[in-house]
Design a protein around this ligand. Structure first.
Ligand code: MN
Length: 320
């Protein structure tokens, strides 16, 4: 799992151990992500399937893309499609993904890079492996997360951020057993690079076998822990968590996780995606690529898309 890593975690800033009065969050629900296909047919795990939106708020949807080892000619992406009312966050752990949008945003992301697209009032985009990767095949593994926008911000102008892996904040547990990559938000006063409309924390942690991670966590935010690879235990009640499982944690002020001392050889560490955000607390009307507050706004979104009011495919990308 390339992502961003370091040869010597002991040189990193350390996350202070929580005090004795800390209240570790316990596991409220544990779900296993079903498999599916997205876009033109790339394999995903629907990380949030079966979890009520109220427990996810301000998050709406998350796909673990892959992990898949493509043969030549097999890599797939999406066609051009619209979004309105939220932000898409694409984090690539292994492989390469290319993005272009109708607002002029675009870029190529690879091992440990993130693309943060605020759809806001409306945008069209396409996400796909570059042609060279389609020809060669290869490993592909990433995350796409949908972060909701409050009603007052659903109509903001689209925005595109490329967050290179060199800008990710790297921290370690006190004994160096866990590496934490802060992509957005803040851990123990160390901010990540993502600029978010909705206050959230997004991090990718790698725990060596037998390592323990204790993170201070905003009591006003929710806490979601998703297993990317490996085997471990999470929460104050140390519930078993495998790859492809999501733990929704209850109230408290720390998030704790441990890696089992014995791991399978193909996934030697425990890799976790850990998310938190302040709930928006508004009604959510979600259908297809749109996340609004009411059914009327969803109908409006479909009409606006059909009439070309969410932008048009840039001429440079039109196939002749
Ligand atoms: Mn999309």
């Amino acid at each position: 799992m390339p992502a961003v890593t370091v040869d010597d975690v002991t040189v990193l800033e350390k996350i202070p151990a929580p005090g004795p009065e800390s209240r570790p969050r316990r596991v409220r629900t544990l779900t296993t992500a079903p498999s599916g296909f997205e876009g033109e047919g790339f394999p995903v795990h629907r990380a949030f399937a079966g979890v009520p939106l109220g427990a996810l708020d301000p998050f709406v949807h998350m796909d673990q893309m892959g992990e898949v080892d493509y043969g030549p000619g097999e890599p797939k992406g999406t066609a051009w499609h619209p979004h309105r009312g939220f932000e898409t966050v694409t984090y690539i752990i292994d492989g390469v993904f290319e993005h272009n949008d109708s607002a002029g945003g675009g870029g190529v992301i690879t091992n440990g890079d993130t693309q943060w697209m605020t759809a806001g009032a409306g945008i069209l985009h396409i996400e796909r492996p570059p042609e060279a990767l389609v020809q060669s095949g290869g490993l592909f593994h990433g995350i796409q997360l949908w972060v909701n926008l409050p009603s007052a911000r659903k109509w903001v102008d689209p925005r595109y951020q490329d967050i290179g892996r060199d800008h990710v904040m790297l921290l370690s547990s006190p004994d160096g057993g866990a590496l934490v990559r802060v992509i957005a938000g803040d851990v123990a006063g160390h901010p990540g690079p993502g600029v978010t409309h909705t206050p959230i924390t997004m991090l990718h942690a790698t725990l060596a076998p037998g390592a323990r991670l204790e993170l201070p966590w905003d009591p006003g935010s929710n806490a979601l822990v998703y297993g990317l690879a490996g085997r471990g235990r999470v929460g104050g009640d140390m519930v078993s968590l495998d790859a492809g499982q999501l733990a929704v944690l209850g109230p408290g002020d720390t998030v704790v996780a441990e890696s089992l001392t014995t791991q399978e050889s193909r996934a030697p560490n425990l890799d976790l995606l850990i998310l938190g955000g302040r709930p928006i607390g508004e009604p959510v009307a979600h259908y297809g690529p749109f996340v609004m507050n009411t059914r009327e706004e969803l109908a409006q979104a479909f009409e606006d898309f059909q009439k070309g009011r969410m932008g048009t495919i840039p001429a440079a990308h039109m196939k002749g």
